[in-house]
Structure formats: structure tokens, C-alpha cells
Design a protein around this ligand. Structure first.
Ligand code: ADP
Ligand code: MG
Length: 312
């Protein structure tokens, strides 16, 4: 097996798509841009021992790698279109490559994303990285720095299920056979909220995905928009497996947190219905600085660590 064979066998898929002028096989891909659209580009890396334990099934790593990248585009209100894949493998393992590529393409296909290139190297530590490229109509991207005082705050989905699954997995010595189907889904097969992000164009003022924890991401919106926030924990739907304060700080949830003017409330509730996606009104953007959290009528102190940080 050489490099070329590995790429051909697992990663070189042909897409009948007019946007791909030149795909895998050349020095670089050539992609046709759409008029009146802007590119939205992001990349996320997962490292063995940092983002997943070595016992993690390869299929799950492949799926999640693609999903977390697509989630970043969802948070921008963008439509994912193309991806490139950088792989650093300690050795060639046929079963691993097969399962990893299947997981990766399963997710890519679900969101109509096409793999158009990448790189393959040998290295001591298994490291997988995707760069995702999407499109948004001109100037409609949803940013983090545009929340306005008086906006309502909303979050999609149920928070903390991935954190709870990870806690359970750790307690089982990382034996994946001990996880339920639901736990596997929440930990490794997150659903990126692409349709929601697209629907929020022109409706939301600011948006972020909550991969590093709801509280931490809210602080980022506040910081970048130079506003404060009241967060009512009573309205945040969390897993019953964890205390709420843990659920909103553990991270690894790929839901969207967004702010929108109160006139949009009915539109947002109708959107939730139409997309069959739970959306909760969880607070308000204020003039103060920082986040004030309340739970059952009490103001809660902000924990020291509000979310995940590799260098903290
Ligand atoms: P070069 O040496 O010119 O960088 P490579 O041998 O790295 O070329 O890659 C050859 C082709 O295969 C390129 O089109 C590249 O984008 C693609 N490619 C390499 N690795 C991967 C991968 N892991 N997944 C998908 N495409 C890949
Ligand atoms: Mg290369």
C-alpha cells in the first residue's frame, strides 16, 4: 500500500457536480464559485488523546470530524459545500481506514458536502483534520460580534448529553461496548444544525455553535459584541444525567446559541416547529458586562472554568 493507493481506495470519490472543475488528483482542487455568494471557510482538528481516546471506533472519529466542521458553518448560516482532509497516521491499518472513511463520507453525504482534496502523512500521533468550505449569500453570514442590547437569547436542542456520555465512558474505563445507542449518538454522531443556521439568516443578530460549552460561548458573544447577558438556566433544556451547571460547561454539544430581536420571536418558534428542532428562549442581551446566571430565582456564581480550553 502506498500513499496513492490509500487515497484512491478510501478517499477518492467522484462527484457529478458542476462546482468541481478539478477534484482529487491534481496539485489542488479548482472550485466554481457562485455569483452573489461569499465563501465561508473553517477547519477543525482532532488529535488522539486530546479529542478522543484511542479506543474510539474509527467510524465514529470519521463521522464526528466531518460533523464538527459542518457545525461551524451552520453557526455562520452557511451551506457546507466542499471539504479537504488532512490525515496523519502512525501506520496503515486497513480496517481503520475503511471504517474511518465510511464514517466521514456518511456525514459528508448527509450534508451534501464533497471531499475535494487533502494530504496524507505518517506521524506518531493519529491526527485528523478537515477544512470545510461553504457558501452564504453576500453579507448574510451570522457572526458573533453583532448581538444587540434587548435581543432575546435562544439555544437549540438538549444540552449536556455528550458530556454525560463521556463521563459514563470514563467511568467504564473507556469500554465503548458499555455505551448505549443514545450515548454513542450524542458523543460521536452530533447533528450539525445547518437548516437552522440557514433559516436564521436575516432573523438572528448573532450566532455561535456551543462546542466549547454554552456558558463559554455566551461569554464570547458578549465579549465580541460588547454587551452583557441574563441567562435563565430554568429555560435551558439539559440532560437529566448531569447537574445543569455541568451540562452548560462541559461542551461537545453542537447546538446553536443565537440572539434575535424580540419581534422575531414568533418567527423563531414557527421555525422550531417547521424544522422539528427544539428552540428555547433562555435569556436576554443586556447593557451590562458579563453573564448573570439565574436558576430557580437565585443568581448563581459564574464557575471558574466556563468551558473547554486546551491551554487552560
Ligand atoms: P502533492 O504531493 O502534490 O501535494 P498529494 O500526493 O499530497 O499531492 O495528493 C494528491 C492528490 O490527492 C491531491 O489532489 C490531494 O488533494 C489528494 N489527497 C491527498 N491526501 C488526501 C486525503 N487524505 N483525502 C483526500 N484527498 C487527498
Ligand atoms: Mg500533499
Amino acid at each position: 500500500m502506498n500513499e496513492k493507493h490509500i487515497i484512491e481506495k478510501y478517499f477518492h470519490k467522484h462527484f457529478e457536480d458542476a462546482s468541481i472543475v478539478r477534484g482529487i488528483g491534481d496539485d489542488a482542487a479548482v472550485l466554481q464559485s457562485r455569483p452573489d455568494h461569499q465563501f465561508v471557510v473553517s477547519t477543525d482538528t482532532m488529535v488522539d488523546g486530546q479529542h478522543f481516546v484511542s479506543q474510539t471506533p474509527a467510524h465514529a472519529i470519521g463521522y464526528k470530524l466531518m460533523a464538527v466542521n459542518i457545525s461551524d458553518l451552520a453557526a455562520m448560516g452557511a451551506e457546507p459545500r466542499w471539504a479537504t482532509l488532512n490525515l496523519t497516521l502512525p501506520n496503515y491499518d486497513e480496517g481503520w481506514c475503511e471504517a474511518f472513511s465510511q464514517g466521514l463520507f456518511e456525514c459528508a453525504q448527509q450534508y451534501q458536502t464533497m471531499l475535494v482534496g487533502g494530504d496524507l502523512t505518517r506521524g506518531e500521533c493519529l491526527t485528523v483534520s478537515v477544512q470545510i468550505i461553504g457558501e452564504v449569500p453576500n453579507n448574510q453570514a451570522l457572526c458573533r460580534n453583532t448581538a444587540q442590547v434587548g435581543d432575546n437569547l435562544y439555544v437549540s436542542g438538549c444540552i449536556g448529553a455528550a458530556g454525560a456520555a463521556l463521563t459514563h465512558l470514563a467511568a467504564q474505563g473507556y469500554d465503548h461496548s458499555q455505551l448505549s445507542e443514545d450515548e454513542m449518538q450524542s458523543l460521536y454522531y452530533p447533528q450539525a444544525r445547518v437548516s437552522l443556521g440557514i433559516a436564521l439568516r436575516g432573523v438572528a443578530h448573532a450566532c455561535i455553535d456551543i462546542s466549547d460549552g454554552l456558558l463559554h460561548e455566551l461569554e464570547i458573544i458578549c465579549d465580541q459584541s460588547q454587551v452583557g447577558a441574563d441567562l435563565n438556566l430554568d429555560n435551558v433544556v439539559c440532560t437529566s444525567q448531569l447537574p445543569k451547571i455541568d451540562a452548560i460547561t462541559q461542551g461537545d454539544d453542537y447546538e446553536l446559541l443565537f440572539s434575535a430581536p424580540s419581534e422575531q420571536h414568533a418567527t423563531i418558534m414557527a421555525m422550531a416547529e417547521r424544522l422539528k428542532c427544539q428552540i428555547k428562549h433562555i435569556g436576554r442581551v443586556t447593557e451590562a458586562t458579563g453573564v448573570v446566571m439565574t436558576h430557580q430565582g437565585q443568581v448563581l456564581p459564574t464557575p471558574n472554568q466556563t468551558g473547554y480550553d486546551h491551554f487552560k
